[in-house]
Design a protein around this ligand. Sequence first.
Ligand code: NAD
Length: 283
Amino acid sequence: MTPIKNLNLKDKVAVITGGGGIICSVMAKALAAKGVKTAILDLKKESAENVANEIKSTYGTESIGIAANVLDKSNLESAKQIINNNLGSIDFLINGAGGNAPSATSKAERIEPENLDQLEDTFFGLQLEGFEKTFDLNFKGTLLPTLVFAKDMVQKQKGGIVNISSMNSYRPLTKIPAYSASKAAINNFTQWLAVHFAKIGVRVNAIAPGFLLTNQNRFLLIDEKTGEATARGEKIINGTPMERYGTPEELTGTLIFLLSDWSEFITGVVIPVDGGFSAYSGV
Ligand code: NAD
């Protein structure tokens, strides 16, 4: 027996939800670079198609972009038909679609004793509708694609699922309780499903990214005028022992590892890729 196996990824078929987005487009490209055939699913048809076209021209591996809503089961079933017809039976699922709703975000970080007349800026001003949207996207948006796409893996008795969690799942950031609790639910579900699938060769794990600087959060973390870190950005850097933000590319090694035969005996784990953030007490 050789001491280390091949990755065994070539010609496997991966479905990547949220594949038109910042993190998952890079994940899809990393899989394609290792010979994986990719189905890029996104609410935004154009983003999904652009990523698939870029993959085909850069890596020469098969890829299709499909408009699909992770909250619509029949929509996902139609996508599965397209994938099965064009790429074959599904081996991997990356549950990447996720996000936060502004109406589930409090203006204030904490309730201050001197501001008891401004409770609308706190927990008490949050909207149930925002909680529902955020929980639906992050939790149901992982549950439904798993119900639809894991069937192929269960039939073959081999496959890999990687859910995208967050640092918020361990220690919630201020202001975003719905996002934090829904990502904690992802960690718990990852463990539950890993146990449920353990005897049939389908492994279920998650990645908890640390803080990445993206176009969406740049305005919150860097002062546009001065180019200096904002107070929130400074807190993040101070809480990250490596003293910098991560990049989407730095998540791909862990993804490849979790889907490959290099991690054959690993299921039910959530791996932080965070520059040490989750290990640091701040002291
Ligand atoms: P992003 O907004 O760039 O990508 C998310 C993609 O999901 C978008 O392309 C969007 O169109 C798609 N999407 C949204 N709702 C959908 C739906 N109902 N059906 C199908 N697709 C839908 O965000 P990102 O920063 O790349 O985040 C990807 C994942 O990583 C998310 O789960 C996010 O919570 C998680 N995450 C991000 C960070 C970060 O710093 N960016 C950190 C930790 C975790």
